[in-house]
Design a binder for this molecule. Structure first.
Ligand code: ADP
Ligand code: MG
Length: 250
C-alpha cells in the first residue's frame, strides 16, 4: 500500500445525523473506513444500523454531516455524479432481490451491460468467473425460483461484484436464510474479505464478526458507542450498553 492510498480513506463519515420526522435515528456519527478494511456493524434492532448503511451510499440522505467516498463528498454531489459513484459501492440486502424473470447469468450481466456499456462477451466472461468464485458455476442458466436462499444470496453477491465495486455494503445478508445456508454465504464473504475487499457488514453473526472483522462498530441509540478490534470488543466491552447486548447474544 502506498502512502497516497493510506491517506485517503475509502469512506469518511463526518458528524452524520439522520432524522425521520421527530425521530433522531442517527445522532452524530464520525467514522472512517480504510482500504481493505472489514467493518462489522452490530447492535440491537432499531439502533439505526440499516439507516447508517443506507446513508453511506445516499439511499438515505443524511440530515446533517458529510459522507466522503474516495475524496468525494456525496452529500454535495449532483445526481449524475452521485449515480456514477454509487456504481462503485456494491450493496447486498437481507432479501436477495434478484430479477425473477432472468437467469442467474442475465441477472449478473444486466448492470455492467446497461449501466457501464460492457459488451456481451466480456460481461458473460466476468459473470461466469464470479459464479465460479461464489461456488455456483453450474447455475448460470438457472432461474432464481429454482435456487435455495443461500444460492440466491450468493448470486446477489456476484451481481454486486460484477460492477467491480470499491466497497461492499452488506445489510444482514444471512438473516433471511435457513440456518443450514448461513455458512455458505458467510464463507463467500470471508473469501472476499481475505482477497482484500473493503466491506461494511451489518450482521448478527458474532462468530463472523469476531473472526473476519478488522474492526467492530457497536451501534445503539443512534451512536457508535464502541469502535474496537473484535477481541477488544468481545472480550472487554467498555460500555454498559455493549455488555448488556453481548450478554443477550453470546
Ligand atoms: P436497525 O437496522 O438497527 O434495526 P433501522 O435503521 O432500520 O435500525 O431503524 C432505526 C430507526 O429508524 C427505527 O426506529 C425505525 O423505525 C426508524 N426508521 C428507519 N427508516 C425509517 C423511515 N424511512 N421513516 C421513518 N422511520 C424510519
Ligand atoms: Mg436493519
Amino acid at each position: 500500500m502506498n502512502n497516497e492510498t493510506e491517506q485517503v480513506p475509502v469512506l469518511a463519515v463526518e458528524h452524520v445525523k439522520k432524522t425521520f420526522g421527530k425521530t433522531d435515528v442517527l445522532k452524530d456519527i464520525t467514522e472512517t473506513v480504510h482500504n481493505g478494511e472489514v467493518i462489522c456493524l452490530i447492535g440491537p434492532s432499531g439502533a439505526g444500523k440499516s439507516t447508517f448503511l443506507r446513508c453511506l451510499n445516499m439511499l438515505d440522505e443524511p440530515t446533517a454531516g458529510s459522507v466522503v467516498f474516495e475524496g468525494n463528498d456525496l452529500t454535495k454531489m449532483d445526481d449524475k455524479h452521485l449515480d456514477q459513484l454509487r456504481e462503485e459501492m456494491g450493496m447486498v440486502f437481507q432479501s436477495f432481490n434478484l430479477f425473477p424473470h432472468m437467469s442467474v447469468l442475465e441477472n449478473i450481466k444486466l448492470a455492467p451491460m446497461k449501466v457501464k456499456g460492457v459488451d456481451d462477451a466480456t460481461a458473460t466472461k466476468t459473470a461466469n468467473a464470479l459464479l465460479d468464485q461464489v461456488g455456483l458455476a453450474d447455475k448460470a442458466d438457472a432461474f432464481p425460483a429454482n435456487l435455495s436462499g443461500g444460492q440466491q444470496q450468493r448470486v446477489a453477491i456476484a451481481r454486486a461484484l460484477a460492477m467491480n465495486p470499491k466497497v461492499m455494503l452488506f445489510d444482514e445478508p444471512t438473516s433471511a436464510l435457513d440456518p443450514e445456508m448461513v455458512g455458505e454465504v458467510l464463507k463467500v464473504m470471508q473469501d472476499l474479505a481475505s482477497e482484500g475487499m473493503t466491506m461494511v457488514v451489518v450482521t448478527h453473526e458474532m462468530g463472523f464478526a469476531r473472526n473476519v472483522a478488522d474492526k467492530v462498530w457497536f451501534m445503539a441509540d443512534g451512536y457508535i458507542q464502541e469502535s474496537a478490534t473484535p477481541s477488544a470488543f468481545f472480550d472487554h466491552p467498555q460500555t454498559d450498553r455493549a455488555k448488556d447486548f453481548l450478554a443477550k447474544v453470546l
